[in-house]
Design a binder for this molecule. Structure first.
Ligand code: DGT
Ligand code: CA
Ligand code: CA
Length: 581
């Protein structure tokens, strides 16, 4: 069984317990387990096979979760989860996903109106039965109907997979195929090669020696649930998790052309072809041909395909027909930011709030990655569910960090822990910690965590007011979206960024796989406005530091270069940039 499936069970347990009104700490431990398992780079199955006891070395996985993982791997399900499902109907899990409806309200809806599903809820709202409930009026009925609509749109969109889910599956599949005798070249194409935030299906291209059993081995992959099509040159399968994978076997002489074609995007391809046609050439998945004579001009190498139509090769992330063709023509392609440019992480949690690792463990992991710095940014008190820090606890953490920095210095390590916070932006735009303490910090990250349903005008005012305090360094996850589950809140990002520019605030690109917020187009907007972007992970455990790759590739889709990214700066440059008046 795959990690995502196991993670889903734990997340559902958390939801079910929450609907039942259980102790928040218990709920949080299951929710955290779900998040951690989803982000694991190796399969739980393989960990358990090798050494079951090592499960408990994974931060955030205690004894009770450990036992449940083993039970799920052995039996395919978890008794505790099944029992909860008998008590709370599964349709209510979907009702919980509707924006503005929390666990308490779900319980109320179920107990008082017998609501069991999103459809029940919609019906009750249309029949004006909701305002019998305490705290609900006509306006809340309208709001709920709107939210139900939003949820249904998302459900359709969520047939796509998050990048962070598709990527590990594809990578494992490719590793497996690479080992098949006779395979020569193998590449991932499609939206995954472009690092889009959601993936419809995975496209893999190979060349191989004559007579190699590539298709046979492709469909024999143990994780395949269903073979949709099997042919000589193209096969399609569905993996157990539901992800579709296409494999194409190509001739060597057209591999580059096929790679170019199947990488897309479609609109990029159309633009390339139009250009070729004007030059008397024809570009197809088989090669570039002279339209008049039919002579092959290019095809084996992707670079040659682009060169044949007078373009420089460009990174797949740019291929969305957003100006890359003009840039490639005139030699003005951006030199995109790379993983090795990143010098530290400016959004990291510890066990003080809702992280799974201690301050020391997070620092150790960051040093191991070769970073020069991290900013510790635990939640502030308003985020009660995350055990956010008040001024007193934050003061204590500041002292802990200062002592740790001394120790690091004494041991000769060139690494600095920045004192920070992820301070909540309250509904009225004030910050959740006193100015005195915020001034003592090196790096103040601010974010919205509640009240997502206000009007766009109010939300914009709220955020602009927070930035205007002069106390904020970075606006975290600026639009609040959760890919596939929550749409961005209504906000005028143009205005928010103008304010950020005015007050010297940087924008975050949160690399947490569900967020990727800023998205690619907002990265472009930030760059156009001359605002540096912090590519941060929002890590809730040391393993999450690896999520930075999703942020980096999203930044590349937004055309960001090293110079456009805040945390490519050395420690001393960074500290200058973080100085507030
Ligand atoms: P996805 O799978 O929905 O996340 O997105 P892609 O981009 O991977 O799309 P997919 O798998 O349907 O096709 C892979 C690539 O093949 C696509 O990016 C561009 C190319 N392609 C597919 N259909 C067409 C088409 O009708 N015209 C052109 N010009 N290219 C196409
Ligand atoms: Ca695809
Ligand atoms: Ca495809």
């Amino acid at each position: 069984m795959e990690n995502t499936e196991i993670a889903r069970i734990f997340t559902e347990i958390a939801d079910l317990l929450e609907i039942r009104g259980e102790n928040p700490f218990r709920v949080r431990s299951y929710r955290n387990a779900g998040l951690i398992i989803e982000g694991l780079p190796v399969s739980l199955e393989s960990i358990v096979e090798r050494d079951e006891a090592s499960l408990e070395d994974i931060p955030g996985i205690g004894k009770s979760i450990h036992e449940k993982i083993v039970e799920i791997l052995k039996t395919g399900k978890c008794r505790f989860h099944q029992e909860l499902l008998k008590e709370v109907s599964p349709g209510l899990l979907e009702v919980l996903k509707i924006s503005g409806i929390g666990p308490k309200k779900v319980k109320l809806l179920a107990d008082r109106l017998g609501i069991r599903s999103v459809d029940d809820l919609e019906k009750a709202a249309r029949e004006h039965r909701l305002h019998e409930l305490p705290g609900m009026g006509e306006r809340s009925e309208q709001k709920i109907l709107k939210a139900v609509e939003g949820y249904k749109t998302l459900r359709i969109a969520s047939r796509r997979f998050r990048l962070s889910v598709a990527y590990p599956y594809a990578r494992n599949y490719v590793e497996y195929l690479r080992a098949v005798p006779g395979i020569i070249d193998i590449e991932i194409a499609g939206s995954l090669r472009r690092w889009k935030d959601t993936i419809g299906d995975v496209d893999i291209l190979v060349t191989c020696r004559k007579g190699a059993y590539v298709m046979k081995r492709f469909i024999e992959y143990p994780d395949v649930r269903e073979v949709v099509a099997r042919g000589e040159t193209k096969s399609t399968v569905i993996l157990k998790v539901g992800l579709q994978v296409d494999l194409r076997v190509l001739e060597k002489k057209s591999f580059g052309a096929a790679l170019q074609y199947f990488t897309g995007s479609k609109s990029h391809n159309i633009a390339v072809r139009d250009r070729a046609r004007r030059m008397g050439l024809k570009v197809s998945e088989y090669g570039v041909f002279d339209e008049r004579t039919g002579r092959r001009v290019a095809g084996e190498k992707e670079e040659d395909v682009y060169r044949a139509v007078g373009l420089e090769w460009m990174a797949p992330e740019l291929r969305e027909n957003r100006g890359e063709i003009e840039a490639a023509e005139s030699g003005r392609l951006p030199v995109l930011v790379e993983e090795r440019d990143i010098k530290g992480d400016l959004h990291v949690h510890t066990t003080e709030s809702d992280g799974a690792n201690t301050l020391e463990e997070m620092v150790e992991a960051a040093i191991e990655r070769g970073y020069e710095y991290i900013a510790v940014t635990d939640h502030s008190k308003a985020v009660g569910i995350a055990h956010g820090l008040d001024e007193k606890r934050l003061l204590k953490q500041i002292e802990d960090i200062e002592r740790l920095n001394e120790r690091l210095k004494d041991s000769g390590k060139r690494f600095r822990v920045l004192k920070g916070t992820e301070v909540d932006i309250r509904a009225d735009g004030t910050l959740d910690l006193s100015p005195d303490i915020l001034k003592r910090l090196d790096c103040v990250v601010a974010a919205v965590h509640s009240g997502f349903n206000m009007t766009g005008k109010k939300m914009t005012e709220r955020i602009v007011k927070a930035l205007g305090t002069g106390l904020v360094n970075i606006l975290a996850h600026p639009t609040g979206r959760l890919i596939g589950t929550r749409e961005p809140y209504e906000v005028d990002m143009e205005k928010v960024m103008s304010a950020a520019k005015k007050y010297g605030v940087f924008m975050e690109l949160n690399s947490y796989p569900e967020r990727l917020d800023l998205n690619d187009s907002y990265c472009m907007l930030a760059r156009d406005k001359g605002i540096l972007v912090s590519i941060a992970t929002d890590s809730h455990g040391s393993l999450h530091l690896d999520h930075v790759i999703y942020g980096i590739h999203t930044a590349r889709r937004g055309w960001l270069e090293k110079k456009d990214v805040l945390n490519t700066r050395s420690l001393s440059e960074l500290l200058k940039l973080l100085r507030r008046s």
